[in-house]
Design a protein around this ligand. Structure first.
Ligand code: 0L1
Ligand code: MG
Length: 262
């Protein structure tokens, strides 16, 4: 199949899968030419399709596969990224409906909010910390459109890195005031601790994941822009969620954020 036709076919199928809450089989099984680069082109087309409706817009990016364990599991040596849209943002104050999602999971993250763009192909951790105006506790809901969350790297990249929803706490802090690698985290579901961790779980330092993102984006002429929200990657494994669950994450020094579901 021609590359442009494949991009359109897979992007449309993923859009339909998400719109109807229906799983699809991974596409690499049928199309061996689908590599990571093509995956990013499909994801870009998928975002275009979503924004064409005029009902949403790009507000930032997210990192995925940032932990050693996930990279090993997927047999890859670098993370991946996806795009955050305005209609993925949820708040702590209202229960989040899971009705249209397929098999949602949630994971604890640190969000960065940028007040200026990060341009260049050799961005470093200090440059990330300098360009970010704030960090805040965050929860990311991931919901792969693939059956049983089963995919290869190109498949998950095409599926916008399983992006679904996110929640950011309402207290913001200067990232330069903390050692983010040593920042402790407690992740709870329905009042019980499910995991603990530190910022170092995210590629050694959450800002290192963002530096990787900035450098990766530069390869396709994109940048992290002023105003962007970036989810820097999970500090612990994602857990299943169902209606009536309540999940929270608390960080050392920057507070907590929680979410409940219906
Ligand atoms: O945000 C994430 O780390 C998820 C990236 C995609 C892999 C997955 O869905 O588990
Ligand atoms: Mg994530």
């Amino acid at each position: 199949m021609k590359k442009t036709a494949l991009i359109e076919k897979v992007a449309t199928a993923l859009f339909e899968a998400e719109s109807t809450g229906t799983e699809v089989d991974k596409f690499t099984a049928a199309y061996s030419e689908l590599d990571a680069e093509l995956g990013y082109q499909i994801s870009e087309r998928l975002i275009e399709i979503k924004c064409e409706t005029g009902q949403t817009r790009i507000v930032g990016r997210k990192l995925g596969l940032t932990s050693e364990a996930k990279m090993k599991q997927m047999n890859v040596d670098e993370p991946c990224y996806g795009t955050l849209l305005a209609n993925m943002a949820c708040t702590e104050n209202e229960p989040i409906s899971l009705a249209n999602l397929i098999h949602p999971k949630i994971e604890p993250e640190i969000a960065f909010i940028f007040n200026r763009s990060l341009e260049g192909s050799h961005i470093t951790v200090p440059q990330v910390l300098e360009a970010a105006s704030y960090i805040a506790p965050a929860l990311e809901i991931i919901d792969s459109r693939y059956r049983h969350f089963s995919f290869t790297l190109p498949d998950v990249i095409a599926d916008n890195a399983s992006s679904s929803r996110y929640i950011i706490g309402d207290q913001f802090f200067k990232p330069t005031e903390f050692n983010l690698a040593l920042m402790g985290m407690v992740f709870k579901k329905n009042g019980k601790i499910v995991s603990t961790g530190t910022g170092a779980a995210v590629m050694g330092h959450p800002a290192r994941a963002i530096a990787w993102l900035a450098n990766k984006l530069s390869q396709s002429g994109k940048t992290i822009q002023a105003g962007d929200v970036v989810l820097s990657g999970a500090l612990a494994g994602a857990i299943d969620i169902q209606p009536n669950d309540h999940v929270s994450v608390s960080f050392d020094g920057i507070g907590s954020v929680s979410a409940s579901f219906c």
